[in-house]
Design a binder for this molecule. Structure first.
Ligand code: GLU
Length: 264
């Protein structure tokens, strides 16, 4: 049986872009699950969980079972991190954001990824532990040597060769919460037996990292569908600040769910 999911962050109301993403997910499988990606805990507000569920129901995009919350699952992400530590493919990083920026400025021509400059590797070969909580980063070269060549299959973009260094040594465990988007999403997709991962094409680079993590953690490989993004009239990505396109605003304006979907 094919299983898909919609994984919003409860840091704002659902907007048209979310409605599209949820609809794509719902239509891509037989079972449809809802998962709250709430590890950005300082930006999460409790009313958004309920509002998101309400809006999805109003749109007719109902899910099966009780929605998962990532904040309930921190020990499980930690188990996965311990496995990666045992494999020797992660390392502690003590850098602050401003230290990284200073280092990058000094380097001048730091390697660039699709989302900006890559981590310059300051802590990669650090011999001593410091007396404060570190973040944990993927050592992408060691990871890549372990897993060898990988691919993933995307229904829109075709077969993709994994480039494990695309995002550099990404953070897998933030020091404040002990996990990151990349680690949590991979662990949860495996735990919920998601067969088809649908998400916006802005996340295509992340999928390269996710395939590496799946291979390291012995998780199955899902099918992917990176869908187009819904843009505003100026061609910009929709963001939480686009209140005018929030589903609840459109509902209050008297639109029906059918009319909302027509706007997509
Ligand atoms: N939480 C992510 C978002 O809101 C979803 C990422 C994913 O589906 O992997 O876009």
């Amino acid at each position: 049986m094919s299983i898909t999911r919609f994984a919003p962050s409860p840091t704002g109301y659902l907007h048209l872009g979310h409605a599209f993403a949820a609809k794509v997910a719902r239509e891509s499988g037989e079972q449809f699950l809802l998962r709250f990606e709430d590890i950005d805990h300082t930006r999460v507000r409790s009313e958004y969980y309920t509002a998101i569920e309400e809006d999805l129901r109003w749109l007719g995009l109902t899910w099966q079972g009780t929605p998962w919350r990532q904040l309930d699952r921190l020990p499980i992400y930690n188990d996965a991190l311990q496995k990666l530590k045992a494999l020797g493919v992660v390392y502690p990083c003590y850098c602050t954001r401003s230290e990284i920026e200073a280092e990058l400025a000094e380097l001048g021509n730091a390697p660039q990824g699709p989302e900006g400059p890559l981590y310059p590797g300051t802590c990669r070969d650090l011999l001593k532990k410091l007396d404060r909580e570190p973040a944990w980063r993927l050592h992408w070269q060691k990871a890549s040597e372990r897993v060898g060549d990988l691919t993933f299959n995307d229904s829109r973009h075709g077969l993709q060769q994994v480039n494990p260094g695309l995002l550099g040594d990404v953070i897998l465990a933030r020091k404040d919460i002990g996990t990151s988007y990349h680690l949590a999403v991979v662990v949860d997709d495996a735990a919920q037996q998601i067969t088809t991962v649908t998400r916006g094409e802005d996340l295509l680079p992340s999928t390269h990292i996710h395939r590496v993590l799946q291979a390291l953690l012995d998780f199955p490989e899902p099918q992917y569908l990176h869908h187009r993004l819904i843009l505003d009239d100026q061609g910009n990505r929709l963001a939480k600040r686009h209140d005018a396109l929030a589903i609840r605003q459109l509902r209050e304006l008297g639109l029906t769910p059918e009319q909302v979907f027509q706007r997509l």
